[in-house]
Ligand binder design. Structure first.
Ligand code: NI
Length: 177
């Protein structure tokens, strides 16, 4: 178990379509998830996808703790989501700032569906099926994009709202997914 190196934008594995997990509840899958959790926490991330640590499988992890410094951000229970599927529940899209551990120091405004249903499986293969909105929906869409080789700048529609965090927000820290 280890904190793993996070691949950065430009690496071919971040552009690849990851493969579905075929077998659940295996020692290999457990080890991968432990490494993903440790790597996410060590980097203060809100989420991480397996391809970011060089494993091209459809596995993501995300978690947001309630933080008094970001009262507008809802808590999200730690979720391991395997072989996910996203079903938008409405056409409405909202924009919001995103960052990514594969683009350290950068932020951009990204349009995302405001209201989604997502489905997938946990580590044991038990189904997960949730309807979520707002930041939770944004985090899931960001992470699932990683499994299809898409990084958030590819979703941006206004590149004037892309830049370095320290220049954009000199006074505050932002969440990174
Ligand atoms: Ni990311």
């Amino acid at each position: 178990m280890a904190v793993r190196e996070i691949l950065r934008m430009g690496h071919p594995l971040l552009k690849a379509v990851a493969k579905p997990v075929q077998e659940f509840n295996t020692p290999e899958l457990q080890a991968l998830i432990t490494d993903m959790r440790e790597t996410m926490l060590a980097n203060f991330g809100a989420g991480l996808a397996a391809p970011q640590i060089g494993v091209s499988l459809r596995v993501v992890i995300f978690a947001i703790q309630q933080n008094p410094r970001y009262p507008e951000v809802e808590a999200i229970p730690e979720t391991i989501l395997i072989n996910p599927e996203i079903i938008p529940q409405a056409d409405s899209v909202e924009t919001g700032w995103e960052g990514c551990l594969s683009l350290p120091g950068l932020r951009g405004v990204v349009p995302r569906y405001q209201h989604i249903r997502y489905r997938g499986f946990d580590m044991q293969g038990a189904p997960i099926d949730r309807i979520v909105t707002e930041f939770h929906a944004r985090v899931v869409q960001h992470e699932v994009d990683h499994l299809d080789g898409i990084l958030y700048p590819q979703r941006m529609t206004d590149m004037s709202q892309f830049g370095f965090e320290q220049a954009l927000f000199p006074l505050r820290e932002e969440l990174t997914v």
